[in-house]
Design a protein around this ligand. Structure first.
Ligand code: FAD
Length: 434
């Protein structure tokens, strides 16, 4: 569990008194201006952006006030997907030239490097190699390189020649070519979230932990036009209390479909599909590898392939694989997947010591499409869903925030703020089902 900065925490029974202290300043007679549901990296970044927004007009009034409440169901922020991932700062190679994932990843990457440098969040621009093992994979790499080279996205890639590859990473096998992404890096996700939370609270934002949202009601004849009533259950006592807010941001990760379905009629309900990724730690210091190594992604795999990442101490770990599960709580790492992972790792790192690999942890990708749908750029690609939903006032809805969500978190925070306060129209996702 990560250390925290000075942090005010409120349990659900205190929400009413908390709300009373804000209600004199919140617009439209609501208790809060913004309620963000979900204290992962993305919810924290959104809450920070909204709390620090110095505005002359709120979405529903001319009030100068601004109060932001972040609701998290666990005793601490950041204990779900945001602390169960590869901690890679992605460059933006994979999601096609026009997707929201690409746009937010590239913007988010640059914002994240600046943020980390400025606020002392441990990170390193270690670079990554995507390694092909045959001609077909080499062609797939050439396709990625071509998009990055021609689309003007600001995603540099470079071919690494055979000799150079052998010199720099003698243990890595890449029979079909190596494409380098120098902008890829790693970040300490816990330290990042601690910094985001600290800034959120310094801007006057309030975190309520142990506060599971169990009901949401849009108020007014125009749904949400008079704000929103949110019912929160206290994890310790089971008691429920409700608060009102002018705007609501659903950033609940694996729980986001449940929040969505509390708001819309049954015929508009959505479901998420859960793709677990198992990780394996490596207890030996040989072979030594100095950069991230990714295989070429298999079409429709649901992930980027079991790759080699480094932590900030230079230790190697491997994963995540893709295991479709029924429950978002199925977070136990599946040791039975180790032999398959070893087979994948040996394709690019043949000298790995199998006995030094042990099951480590797992995270779950909240997918908007089931197994079999293509997960990276191309036909069937599923983008982030970030949208002010039609027919509702003051609701920004985030669904399917899988990778590269960590990289994109600051850009998503800016986007949500601009959706509520920007002067121009911020292009969000298309409506679901269109
Ligand atoms: C295996 C794996 C590897 C990944 N690797 C990378 C990577 O290397 N780089 C990268 O950029 N991205 C990566 N990602 C994606 C990244 O981790 C996520 O996109 C990001 O962490 C999502 O953050 P979030 O805040 O949306 O969700 P979460 O971290 O899941 O936070 C959502 C929060 O909402 C809370 N919540 C849910 N329901 C309720 C409720 N009813 N009431 C109150 N609170 C609620 C939860 O408790 C949780 O804390 C990876 C993801 C996975 C699964």
């Amino acid at each position: 569990m990560f250390a925290r900065t000075a942090q005010r925490q409120f349990q659900s029974p205190h929400l009413r008194s908390l709300a009373r202290s804000f209600s004199g300043t919140a617009p439209a007679g609501t208790d809060f201006t913004h309620v963000v549901i979900g204290g992962g990296a993305v919810g924290l970044a959104i809450a920070r952006a909204l709390a620090s927004h110095s505005h002359s007009s709120s979405p529903s009034s001319n009030s100068n006030s601004n109060s932001t409440l972040l609701l998290e169901r666990h005793p601490h922020t950041g204990t779900e997907t945001s602390s169960r991932n590869s901690e890679v700062i992605h460059a933006g190679l994979y999601y096609g030239p026009h997707s929201l994932k690409t746009r937010l990843c590239i913007r988010g990457r640059s914002a994240l490097y600046s943020f980390c440098a400025r606020y002392g969040v441990p990170h390193a621009r270690v670079g990554k190699w995507v390694v092909a093992q045959d001609e077909a994979q080499g062609e797939a790499l050439a396709g990625i390189h071509e998009v990055c080279r021609t689309a003007g996205l600001g995603v540099p890639t470079r071919w690494v020649g055979r000799e150079e590859a052998r010199r720099l990473e003698p243990e890595v096998r890449a029979l079909g070519g190596v494409l380098e992404s120098p902008e890829t890096g790693i970040v300490d996700s816990h330290a990042l979230m601690t910094a985001l939370l600290g800034q959120f609270e310094e801007s006057g934002g309030v975190l309520a932990v142990n506060s599971a949202v169990v009901g949401v009601e849009a108020l007014g004849s125009r749904a949400g036009g008079d704000g929103w009533r949110i019912t929160v259950r206290d994890a310790a006592t089971g008691s429920e209390s409700s608060i009102t807010t002018s705007t609501i941001i659903n950033s609940a990760g694996l729980g986001a479909a449940d929040i969505h379905n509390m708001i819309v009629p049954p015929d508009k309900h959505v479901r998420l599909y859960y793709a677990k990724g198992n990780y394996f730690s490596y207890a030996s210091s040989t072979p030594k590898v100095r950069r991230l190594i990714y295989p070429v992604t298999a079409p429709g795999a649901g992930g980027l392939g079991t790759h080699l990442t480094l932590d900030l101490a230079g230790r190697m770990r491997f994963g995540p694989d893709v295991e479709w599960v029924e429950s978002p709580s199925d977070l136990a790492v599946n040791a039975a997947r180790l032999p398959a992972a070893i087979a994948e790792i040996k394709k690019y790192l043949p000298s790995i010591d199998e006995s030094a690999l042990t099951p480590d942890y797992a995270g779950i990708r909240p997918k908007l499409a089931p197994a079999g749908a293509v997960a990276t750029g191309g036909g069937g690609f599923v983008d982030f869903h970030i949208r002010k939903e039609d027919g509702f006032e003051g609701w920004v809805n985030l669904l399917g925030i899988e990778s590269p969500g960590l990289t994109s978190c600051l850009a998503i925070g800016e986007m949500v703020r601009d959706m509520l306060y920007g002067s121009g129209k911020v292009e969000g996702s298309a409506a679901l089902g269109t």
